[in-house]
Design a protein around this ligand. Structure first.
Ligand SMILES: [Zn+2]
Length: 198
């Protein structure tokens, strides 16, 4: 009786070990197959305020890379206060897809604005025009950018075609705004020939 219990216990232990091993194997397999479908994604960014440059892989297959996201959060910090907030990583997919869709995959992107603290946003609103009260920069869900050598109007069209969030166009400052909010568009202080949204 005792011996058979021991055998039963051994079977249970081995079974539990196998069940631990199996999901790990399954995870490894799924990571391999997903990385075949979705290649590692690089970003090359230049921060126009801090002069910093970041050349980084932010995604491996279908997984974001935590270390890379932390570096990106710091890179996109509020340059006035130094405060860091965790960004919505879907923005990085938008940036990578944007460079690909204009035929320059991996092109260097000039970051004009990343995170803004509420106080920085209020200060900007007081001193400049075209800054929204509830800007998604405060939520770390928006980035202003341009790509050297690429017409910003063309960049705006490419961003609108992605249909992945908001797209703002600021022709006088020569940048576009992209965010992960609802799909919408606006054009700040635009020539009449350009259609403006909200
Ligand atoms: Zn913006």
């Amino acid at each position: 009786m005792y011996a058979s219990r021991r055998i039963l216990w051994a079977v249970l232990v081995v079974g539990a070990m196998l069940s631990l091993i199996a999901p790990a194997g399954a995870r490894a397999q799924s990571a391999d197959s997903s990385s075949q479908q979705a290649p590692d994604r690089p970003l090359l960014l230049y921060n126009t305020h801090t002069g910093e440059r970041l050349d980084i892989f932010f995604r491996r297959g279908d997984q974001y890379i935590p270390d890379a996201l932390a570096k990106l959060d710091y890179f996109l910090r509020d340059h006035r206060t130094g405060e860091v907030r965790h960004f919505d990583p879907r923005l990085y997919d938008i940036l990578a897809d944007l460079t690909a869709s204009i035929g320059h995959p991996g092109a260097e992107i000039d970051i004009v604005c990343g995170y803004r603290t509420p106080s920085t946003n209020e200060s900007l609103r007081a001193h400049t025009t075209g800054v929204a009260k509830n800007s998604l920069h405060i939520q770390a869900e928006a980035i202003d950018l341009r790509i050297p050598g690429v017409d910003t109007l063309q960049l705006r069209k490419a961003a609108l075609a992605l249909r992945r969030g908001g797209v703002g166009y600021y022709p006088h400052s020569d940048f576009i705004h992209v965010d992960t909010g609802r799909v919408r568009q606006w054009c700040f202080d635009c020539p009449a020939s350009l259609i403006s949204g909200d």
